[in-house]
Design a protein. Structure first.
Length: 503
């Protein structure tokens, strides 16, 4: 490092919540033009630290410096006024407003008599959107956008501020590769302008691609800062979790059983057309494609959230019609949805009740039995998935992002489905738990479940699938066995280049 003054210096920050010491004295600096990674397992304290920096939480101890000045971030607006821009892990947009209104909320350009200057607003917004190369415009209602595009709106909003430091809390969790490339260009621009960047991510390849230094937290304790160039994945993992991980390809092969799920010529309007595939008991089938390829919509159809416009669904060889999630659950289909915030969790409810929600009726043998059974289910999956919470009574909204996701996964796994569909199972999940979830999905298959995994992470799909279905623009372009798939032919298949071997 040069002898330039840090943009930001965190000095011995402490923050506790009831029953949780989230930060136990964390210190590090961010230099101008530096991309500084902040890493740690789910619940390690990353988001909490950033919320302290962003004025959302007040620390119980320690101080924040900008340059040589000690500063107090009394609230989010003050942090913003000091040039600290925050791109949150949880999206914080107003769905009923337009993209432009969201980006300039609180600072809408005004004409005389205080009327909003819509022309200027639209023009300014479209200029930023153009830079980000997105496929929507200033007037689009945010609620109509995919999660990935909503994330791009958050990023656009950050670019309107004259920033000294920008915090990205898992910005790529729902972005496609193309959007990621745009994001990395944005980061590289900010870097060359001397902005300090804090980058939180569980994705090692990104950390090693774009960051200069890495600071590591474990259970709220600061573990140290290392130059990215001087370290490697294994060393960082070791610092994060205190042990090394076996990340070798999952080789567990087992006998395949009968076809549990078969889909014949299924269509859903323009979302996807003429889709056919089957999933056997004992099999993990990965669905890979770009966002918008139709994978999530297929999952939603199988779970009774969308009515197909044509084709057939067969379970154990019998044609079925699935009109609602209750129908799907009754037939043994579980879906771990992509948007866990919106579709999976009741944030104000405790951990145990969230996990057993779809099963309460079955567990109601009597108040005591039900309580015990519910807690037992929660305990089992807490241990299995390593969910970090002081206890089952904790409100789910108070868990870290990754731990919230584990609750949803536990909820659907505990139903013992015949067909388990998981949409982006490890988004926001740390490396250790990620390999645990992969193992768990393989094990469930080995026990005779039919497992469908939708993922936008190629290494994940390659790692856990027995077969891979590649989709492009609502159609299956090719189905691969794990022996014949390569990164190249998979990329080709999801880019719309049809090969002779259609599924
Ligand atoms: N408002 C709150 N009330 C109670 N506990 C909280 C609150 N916010 C965070 N915590 C707890 O503080 C700890 C740190 O959470 P934090 O969200 O900072 O983790 P994280 O490192 O961002 O994890 P992830 O990778 O899962 O996003 C967790 O144990 C979490 O449950
Ligand atoms: Mg977090």
């Amino acid at each position: 490092m040069t002898d330039a003054k840090p943009v930001l210096h965190l000095d011995d920050i402490v923050k506790t919540f009831p029953g949780v010491r989230a930060l136990a004295g964390v210190s590090f600096s961010v230099m101008p033009g530096e991309v500084h990674a902040l890493m740690g397992e789910n619940g390690a304290g990353k988001s909490t630290l950033m919320k302290v920096l962003g004025g959302i939480y007040q620390p119980d101890g320690g101080a924040i410096y900008m340059g040589t000045d000690k500063v107090v971030m009394a609230g989010p607006l003050e942090a913003k006024a000091k040039g600290i821009v925050f791109i949150h892990q949880e999206l914080s947009l107003a769905e009923e407003l337009s993209v432009a209104e969201n980006i300039y909320l609180g600072e809408l350009p005004r004409k005389r008599f205080g009327r909003v200057d819509w022309a200027t607003l639209t023009e300014r917004t479209d200029a930023i959107l153009k830079k980000l190369n997105v496929g929507f415009d200033a007037k689009t209602r945010v609620g109509e956008l995919s999660i990935a595009n909503q994330q791009m709106v958050e990023i656009a909003r950050a670019l309107t501020v004259d920033a000294k430091a920008v915090i990205f809390d898992e910005p790529t969790a729902s972005l496609t590769d193309a959007e990621k490339t745009v994001l990395f260009d944005v980061i590289s621009d900010l870097k060359s302008e001397g902005v300090g960047i804090i980058y939180i991510s569980h994705r090692m390849e990104e950390i090693f691609k774009i960051t200069d230094r890495v600071s590591i937290l474990r259970d709220g304790q600061y573990q140290g800062t290392v130059a990215t160039a001087d370290t490697d994945e294994e060393a960082v993992t070791q610092m994060m979790i205190g042990r090394t991980l076996d990340l070798s390809r999952n080789a567990s092969h087992h006998e395949l059983g009968d076809v549990a799920l078969e889909v014949r010529g299924l269509s859903c309007g323009k979302l996807y057309t003429d889709v056919s595939f089957e999933v056997r008991r004992g099999e993990v089938v990965g669905f890979y494609g770009l966002v918008g390829a139709g994978r999530t919509e297929i999952a939603e159809t199988l779970f009774g959230l969308r009515d197909p416009s044509g084709g057939q669904i067969l379970l154990d060889g019998q044609e079925v019609r699935i009109h609602s999630p209750a129908d799907a659950i009754a037939r043994g289909i579980s879906l771990v949805p992509e948007d866990r915030k919106g579709q999976g969790l009741v944030l104000g409810m405790n951990c145990r009740d969230n996990m057993t929600l779809p099963q309460v009726d079955d567990l109601k043998a009597g108040p005591f039995v039900a309580e015990g059974a519910e807690v037992a289910i929660f305990d089992q999956y807490r241990d299995r998935l390593d969910i970090r919470t002081p206890g089952w009574k904790q409100q789910v909204g108070n868990l870290s992002g990754g731990n919230q996701q584990k609750i949803v996964i536990g909820k659907w796994l505990s139903m013992h489905p015949n067909v388990l569909i998981v949409d982006e199972p490890t988004r926001g999940i740390d490396v250790g738990s990620k390999s645990e979830i992969h193992k768990l999905l393989r094990e469930l298959a080995a026990q005779g479940y039919a497992v469908m995994v939708i993922s936008s992470e190629m290494p994940e799909v390659l790692h856990i699938s027995d077969r891979i279905v590649a989709m492009y623009s609502g159609q299956i372009t090719r189905t691969f066995t794990s022996d014949e798939v390569t990164e190249d032919n998979l990329i080709q298949a999801i880019s719309g280049i049809k090969s002779g071997q259609a599924a």
